[in-house]
Write a protein that binds this ligand. Structure first.
Ligand SMILES: [Zn+2]
Length: 94
């Protein structure tokens, strides 16, 4: 697929993976969040109440979610490298 330059280009990046994620991928993503050589994904709700300092998102088979009980924030993509996969097709994609 040739690279395209438009507003949606980032969301179509082959460097991203999308749910559903298998157990292996979920574990890898959560490990990444914990050991974070880079800054972990944090809740997009920003610094509000329980979110002061940033809340690291938690990966599940259905994608990321904020661990704060009253927060609805979710995110449906991750960087491929976060799952430790360089060239494999994204899990769940056939
Ligand atoms: Zn949140």
């Amino acid at each position: 697929m040739p690279p395209t330059v438009n507003a949606d280009a980032e969301d179509r990046s082959p460097n991203k993976i999308y749910p559903p994620w298998n157990d292996e991928t979920v574990d890898a993503l959560n490990l990444y969040q914990k050991e974070g050589e880079f800054h972990p994904f944090t809740c997009g709700q920003g610094a509000k109440g329980a979110h002061v300092g940033g809340i690291s998102l938690v990966a599940t088979a259905a994608g990321w979610h904020c661990p704060v009980g009253t927060c609805y924030y979710t995110q449906n993509w991750a960087w491929t490298f976060m799952a430790g996969k360089n060239s494999d097709p994204p899990p769940g994609v056939s």
